[in-house]
Design a protein around this ligand. Structure first.
Ligand SMILES: [Cu+2]
Length: 140
């Protein structure tokens, strides 16, 4: 059912695909069109509402507040595998979207999610609803 689309999308990489065999792979990935697998591969997320709801941010933990349609602060540093806390402090709904992957779902006022990265690097944080919301996480 997705074959036409698949072929059209793979046109530019068809030669590479044929060489490495993925073009004939029988569709292992056919259901995962929205799964980016790049920098955030090693990331760990506690999704909003996923089991244990986080109600407070431990003192001293790296934290980014969503307030006034902005991430505050807009730059935060953390260590590999260290949890970074994101909290929505206002009534507007926000997301935590890291390197174009929504890791939080919709966050309402008071919601807290955590995210950590398994490898060092720089990660871009955005909100799916407010293009002006931007932050950078540096993992060291
Ligand atoms: Cu937002």
């Amino acid at each position: 059912m997705q074959r036409k689309w698949l072929w059209a999308a793979m046109g530019p990489v068809l030669a590479v695909g044929l060489l490495s065999g993925i073009a004939c792979g029988g569709g292992d990935d056919s259901g995962s069109t929205t799964t980016p697998t790049k920098a955030a591969t090693d990331a760990t997320t506690t999704p909003n509402g996923g089991g244990d709801k986080i109600t407070e941010v431990p003192a001293g933990a790296p934290m980014v507040d969503q307030d006034n349609l902005a991430f505050k602060p807009d730059a935060v540093k953390a260590k590999v595998n260290e949890k970074i806390y994101f909290k929505n402090s206002e009534t507007a709904i926000h997301t935590v979207t890291i390197d174009a992957k929504n890791v939080s779902g919709n966050m309402r006022k008071g919601d807290i999610v955590t995210w950590s990265a398994g490898k060092a690097g720089s990660y871009k944080v955005t909100c799916d609803y407010h293009p002006q919301m931007k932050a950078t996480i540096t993992i060291e």
